[in-house]
Write a protein that binds this ligand. Structure first.
Ligand SMILES: Cc1cc2nc3c(=O)[nH]c(=O)nc-3n(C[C@H](O)[C@H](O)[C@H](O)COP(=O)(O)OP(=O)(O)OC[C@H]3O[C@@H](n4cnc5c(N)ncnc54)[C@H](O)[C@@H]3O)c2cc1C
Length: 489
């Protein structure tokens, strides 16, 4: 029997995972990618002796990666030198006001007690719940496909959903435990990783505290690009082929079934097509209207996850006060969330993230230099123009200099600004989103766009728009879900 042919459109983590799993399952897999390298949002940019991860930098939920690599009889460590960071990260509340979250839980509990009397015991309770939520979510919610409302609204899941605080808001939940704003911010910031706001995301996501405090923050030496390389290698070892610099222009449909794709250079026949490119963009640009599962109005009504204003900076000196991962929480951080989700606009004041991977991996910078990545979450769909980019560059550097207590501007020897227009141009991101579809209750599980096309047979979608959602571990699981579906069909 000839192998069934699969075309995977896009080589983000979703595409890479699908390619490996489907090739292992006996399909003839070709991944077609518009850009020059694999990884999608996790692309790598090299400039003047610096190697920048352009997207994800937090390797969280190591169990998900272990489970994925185990599908091939491997461990992540077979391909990467993984280290657990300690401290996990530094949180700045102001210039001389910062705390370190340690890899040692006891130290963190003592820190919380310093921030609020009695918080040590409360945090133990919070983490117990958080672990419970994580375990149940992984067992019963996350690794599942939801086709129909009835798949979600099963009595057991409703009972579990209530226990998992699915129907409460994260901020209200954290307030039940802690008065200290600092503690709440430390517990809530991870929701930004999921493209959400603590004021609008289910309290279920307090499970991220288990991820953060118990499972730890990891780093593949050489950067997240090493994870991309590892997953591409796995897919190739299973026989998947890769084609780069060839944007798909159309998904071909014959007799109601996906029949292949047309690219800028070629036509490829296929028995199955898996779309890893952004769902909203692909549906509106690669498929005839009559074959689309969702209308333009549907997409316009979705809560799109934030975009990001990014700086990749190569410095000719190290920064003394910053560690590998650093977060600055603005005193009015709720206002920043409003600027992202409620009334989208460029924020006046903002919280932001700075990573210096050269603290852990000297090869990512020139000798004696620093590799600096800055991320400000901003609303998707904002006007992105040169003067705004320059304004935020000046404002951010000025603020970073205040936190760092030293000059930064005069030590920049490599620089790139990356924002909405780049997300759209490089990844075909809908409204320039960095992260896809936000995690509100109404966009969770069965309420996320379906893995399977409603109109075209043998057409599937995987990635951050689908269940379970945003983040590297989640999109890998998204592909594990569709692969299981396809291999059992
Ligand atoms: C700045 C930033 C920081 C992040 N930080 C973290 C983090 O620390 N930890 C974490 O876990 N997650 C993080 N994330 C989220 C995580 O990176 C994403 O959820 C995940 O990488 C998305 O993977 P994906 O496969 O769904 O999509 P993508 O990575 O976008 O992959 C889609 C691919 O499709 C390709 N494509 C698009 N159109 C076409 C076409 N017409 N033809 C062919 N190919 C096409 C694109 O070029 C791209 O390669 C971050 C994201 C960003 C942007």
């Amino acid at each position: 029997m000839p192998k069934r042919k699969v075309i995977v459109i896009g080589s983000g983590f979703g595409g890479l995972a699908a390619a490996g799993l489907l090739a292992r399952g006996g399909f003839d897999v070709t991944v077609i990618e518009k850009n020059e390298q694999a990884g999608g949002r996790a692309s790598v940019w090299k400039k003047d002796g610096f190697t920048f991860d352009m997207g994800p930098s937090w390797y969280l939920m190591p169990d998900v990666f272990e489970k994925f690599f185990a599908e091939f009889g491997k461990k992540p460590q077979d391909y990467m030198d993984l280290v657990r960071l300690d401290p996990s990260y530094r949180v700045f509340f102001d210039k001389d006001d910062y705390v370190d979250i340690s890899a040692d839980l006891e130290k963190n509990l003592d820190l919380f007690e310093e921030l609020e009397a009695g918080a040590k015991e409360k945090m133990k309770e919070y983490l117990k719940l958080s672990k419970y939520e994580y375990d149940i979510a992984m067992k019963d919610f996350i690794y599942k496909d939801y086709k129909h409302l009835t798949d979600f609204f099963k009595p057991k899941l409703i009972v579990e959903g209530t226990k998992l605080h699915m129907f409460k808001k994260l901020d209200d939940f954290a307030k039940r435990f802690f008065k200290s704003e600092k503690i709440r911010k430390i517990l809530e910031y991870t929701i930004v990783f999921l493209g959400g706001s603590p004021y609008d995301s289910p309290a279920l996501y307090s499970l991220m505290s288990h991820v953060d405090f118990n499972m730890g923050v990891w780093f593949p030496k050489g950067g997240m690009g090493k994870l991309v390389e590892a997953m591409q290698k796995i897919a190739e070892e299973q026989g998947a082929k890769f084609v780069f610099k060839e944007p798909v222009e159309k998904i071909l449909v014959a007799n109601g079934k996906a029949a292949g794709v047309k690219t800028s250079k070629n036509k490829y026949d296929a028995d199955l097509v898996v779309v890893n490119a952004d769902y909203a963009w692909a549906e509106q640009n690669l498929i005839d209207k009559k074959h689309r599962s969702y209308s333009q109005k549907y997409w316009e009504k979705r809560k799109i996850a934030p975009s990001a204003y990014l700086l990749f900076l190569g410095l000719n000196k190290p920064l003394k006060r910053f560690i590998h991962h650093n977060l600055y929480f603005d005193p009015k951080w709720d206002k920043h969330f409003d600027d992202i989700f409620k009334k989208p606009k460029w924020p006046k004041n903002f919280s932001y993230y700075v990573s210096c991977i050269s603290k852990t991996d000297k090869t990512s910078a020139i000798k004696g230099g620093e590799n600096v990545f800055v991320l400000i979450p901003v609303a998707a769909g904002l006007k992105d123009e040169e003067k705004i980019r320059q304004y935020y560059f000046d404002k951010t550097i000025e603020h970073m200099e205040k936190l760092a207590g030293e000059n930064i501007r005069d030590h920049i020897i490599a620089k790139r600004i990356f924002a909405h227009n780049d997300f759209s141009n490089r990844y075909n991101a809908y409204k320039g989103t960095a992260l896809g579809l936000a995690h509100t209750l109404k966009q969770t599980a069965v309420f996320r766009p379906k893995h399977e096309s409603k109109k075209v047979k043998n057409l599937y979608y995987t990635g951050h728009y689908n269940h379970p959602g945003i983040g590297v571990p989640m999109v890998i699981i998204s592909s594990q879900i569709i692969s299981k579906m396809l291999l059992s069909s």
